[in-house]
Design a protein around this ligand. Structure first.
Ligand code: FES
Length: 157
């Protein structure tokens, strides 16, 4: 289990709340900007938003869990989305995934303990001709082998 306990600097949150002070119906933009500032929306922040705005915590949690754009848990600095759809699977995606899990200590569907990487498994990135494919941050990598994937990931700053 990953330890999500960190001390949060509340200054960015204060700034967002100030920008939206008195604006009704600004739940989504507030959550978007807070997530931009922190990378995710931990309960501590949602509670602080609720206290400051009077929006019920249950409503904030409802919105944050309904929309796929919001994340409630901390993600790694780099997001690796590896495809294990049919075309990618038959061309060795499982081996690529297994190598990232083992060599970089990133569980499939989870985050490395140092918060460097988060790996999501997806089932078609629409680039089957390049199988196996991964998108790392916003860059597409095709015709992957385990070693090429590791090289790409280790080369990230
Ligand atoms: S199955 Fe992997 S990109 Fe389509």
């Amino acid at each position: 289990m990953i330890d999500q306990t960190i001390t949060l600097d509340m200054a960015p949150l204060e700034q967002v709340l100030e920008d939206y002070a008195g604006q009704k119906g600004a739940v989504i933009p507030i959550l978007q900007h807070v997530q931009e500032a922190y990378g995710y929306l931990p309960k501590e922040l949602l509670t602080a938003i609720s206290k400051r705005t009077g929006i019920p915590l249950s409503r904030l949690i409802g919105v944050a869990t309904f929309y796929a754009q919001f994340r409630l848990t901390r993600r790694g600095r780099h997001l690796i989305r590896i495809c294990d759809g049919t075309a990618c699977h038959v061309r060795g995606a499982a081996k690529v995934i297994e190598t990232v899990e083992k060599d970089l200590n990133v569980p499939a569907g989870g985050t490395s303990p140092d918060f460097e990487y988060t790996m999501e498994i997806v089932y078609c990135l629409g680039s089957c001709g390049l199988a196996p494919v991964a998108v790392v941050d916003d860059n597409v990598h095709g015709r992957l082998t385990p070693n090429v994937m590791l090289e790409q990931l280790r080369g990230l700053s």
